[in-house]
Design a binder for this molecule. Structure first.
Ligand code: UD2
Ligand code: MN
Length: 541
């Protein structure tokens, strides 16, 4: 009796083991498309289509499961767990974002498809050229870096990704990069000294083997079908340089947020990059939200460019250091030397925008930015560089190195003048002089003028003086006046209105007052009869 019972238990155990093996085998074997479709739709409810299994990825697109992408010998868990935040440490300290939240998400996650719904039905050439993806980084957090790499592998057609080239810009731990090279297609190049992102990207471009280059920051997550629209546009015309819409990954909680599809890149005369609304006429003319958006400049970090075109146009200005300014230099060069820049709304890439740099600048942040932007202004902006210097007086006299090679490059490429760029690419950028030289605001024998960021009264200088445009224009609704008054006193929206002889701030109802002669200006209750509030335009001919 006892023997029969023992046999029964043994048979049941064997059956259970076999059953388990059969189940696991079923789960691992490549699925037929019908089975895949049903499993994909089951998964979608939980995780928007991506299902992670340690060591491999399953990707669901168009209700099909794409064959598994192996992560090779790469051990994700080990990679991430070796570098976790220590209890009590400030999660913002090292990366200027909340690394604890990033680590919590791990190596991958599902994100919302933020494209316009019409993008999903766009079609692209069956045969597109492949690209080398270049990611430079200095002391990036492991979890953000890994998500950048994995999101590329997960959300790009495998045939389009020739390789992912990581350039480790002399980070403290060489393993951050080296370990990732265990993932198929991922290569790791380490700088022997800190070079900055500009020279690092050039190193990556020189090592690339595909005919198209794709640049990414090291804390991105690419979204559904991000790559095809960009490669298609560059394939059709190799002089196009294209960017995605850059979605926002919150630096606090890592939420993935859709960015507006109505923005393009712009700047002010201090060469400060800003996102700005597409001009209203262009917006009205856009009947198709999937159409490319022409942009005067690109943000700089995420773009696709034909490799031969990148090389022919002179890559980057490699005398620029660490960070900043290279996006203006590249943008001016592309437009002025026969190419174009566009943002493609059907391509979306998330990026963690930060409020400060988490890394050091060997020569200081301000000096480096001035050096880089000054090089861009000196080589590309012709007579318009004077507006850069008046917006950034501290740039004058700062060292910026030799520009001989870049000036020769511009000549060799026979590039158009900056005036052409202003007239054809960025007519919305107002030239301060046009307003300021026609009239300035005067009080007694003194003129209203900009002093760095503030306003004051100074000797009237007129045309031909060294800084004529630092004097502030008087026309009502005058933009440069408004801009200066904004920095001088009151938060936007800024509306100033000339009322008789006084200049009134519409929101507060107060008036501009030179209370203390030669001192900084203030706003006070309006008293039109008081001389210190009385302004008149002086026309300069
Ligand atoms: C924006 C761009 C960035 C670059 C910069 C201007 C986007 C999304 N980002 O700044 O790509 O064009 O404007 O220069 O458009 N890095 C190095 N070595 C360094 C410093 C930085 O490799 O010495 C890496 C860094 O790890 C990152 C990339 O360069 O992957 C860009 O740096 P960032 O993220 O600090 O710049 P960001 O996004 O503020
Ligand atoms: Mn960045």
């Amino acid at each position: 009796m006892r023997r029969i019972r023992a046999n029964a238990i043994a048979i049941l155990t064997v059956a259970w083991i076999l059953g388990t093996f059969y189940y696991l085998w079923q789960d691992n074997k490549p699925q037929s498309s019908a089975a895949a479709a049903s499993s994909a739709s089951q998964t979608r409810g939980r995780s928007h289509g991506q299902k992670a299994v340690s060591g491999r990825l399953e990707i669901h697109r168009d209700d099909r499961t794409i064959p598994l992408i192996l992560l090779g010998s790469f051990d994700e868990k080990d990679y991430l767990s070796r570098k976790l935040l220590k209890p009590g440490d400030d999660p913002y300290r090292d990366h200027a974002f909340n690394v604890q939240e990033s680590d919590r998400l791990g190596g991958e996650r599902a994100i919302r498809d933020t494209r316009h719904y019409r993008c999903a039905s766009m079609s692209y050439d069956a045969e597109l050229p492949s690209t080398s993806i270049i990611i430079t980084f200095h002391n990036e957090a492991r979890s953000t870096l890994l998500r950048t790499v994995k999101s590329v592998l997960m959300r790009s057609p495998p045939s389009l990704v020739q390789e992912i080239i990581l350039i480790d810009d002399f980070s403290s731990d060489p393993e951050d990069c080296q370990l990732l090279a265990q993932i198929p297609k991922v290569r790791c190049l380490r700088n022997v000294r800190r070079e900055g992102l500009i020279r690092s990207r050039v190193r990556g471009a020189n090592a690339a083997s595909a005919s198209i280059l794709t640049f990414l920051d090291s804390h991105c997550e690419v979204n559904t079908d991000w790559l095809q629209p960009m490669i298609q546009r560059v394939k059709e015309d190799h002089t196009r340089v294209v960017s995605p819409i850059i979605d926002v990954i919150s630096l606090d909680n890592f939420a993935y947020l859709a960015a507006s599809a109505d923005l393009r890149g712009g700047f002010d005369w201090s060469l400060h990059f800003k996102w700005e609304q597409i001009p209203i006429e262009q917006k009205m003319a856009r009947s198709d939200p999937t159409q490319p958006i022409r942009t005067p400049v690109i943000a700089g970090g995420i773009f696709v460019m034909d490799r031969s075109w990148f090389n022919r146009l002179g890559q980057y200005d490699t005398r620029m250091d660490i960070w900043g300014g290279e996006n203006f230099e590249l943008s001016f060069r592309v437009w002025m030397c026969g190419g174009s820049l566009e943002i493609l709304p059907c391509s979306r890439v998330g990026h963690v925008f930060r409020k400060r740099h988490p890394y050091d600048f060997p020569e200081g942040n301000a000096l480096t930015y001035i050096k880089n932007t000054r090089r861009a202004a000196e080589v590309w902006m012709d007579e318009y560089k004077q507006y850069y210097y008046s917006a950034r007086p501290s740039a004058q006299g700062k060292v910026y190195g030799s520009i001989t090679d870049r000036v020769a490059l511009r000549k060799r490429l026979n590039c158009k003048p900056f005036r052409w760029y202003m007239e054809n690419v960025y007519p919305e950028l107002r030239v301060p002089e046009q307003e300021a030289v026609t009239s300035v605001l005067r009080q007694g024998g003194l003129c209203l003028e900009a002093r760095g960021d503030s306003l004051g009264l100074g000797e009237c200088r007129g045309i031909g003086a060294t800084r004529p445009h630092s004097q502030v224009g008087a026309t009502s609704g005058n933009q440069s006046t408004a801009a200066l008054l904004t920095s001088f006193c009151c938060p936007p929206p800024q509306k100033w209105k000339p009322k008789g002889s006084v200049l009134q701030h519409l929101v507060s109802g107060l008036c501009l007052d030179s209370q203390t002669p030669m001192g900084p200006l203030v706003i006070n209750p309006c008293r039109p009869q008081v001389a210190s509030q009385s302004w008149e335009p002086q026309i300069i001919t």
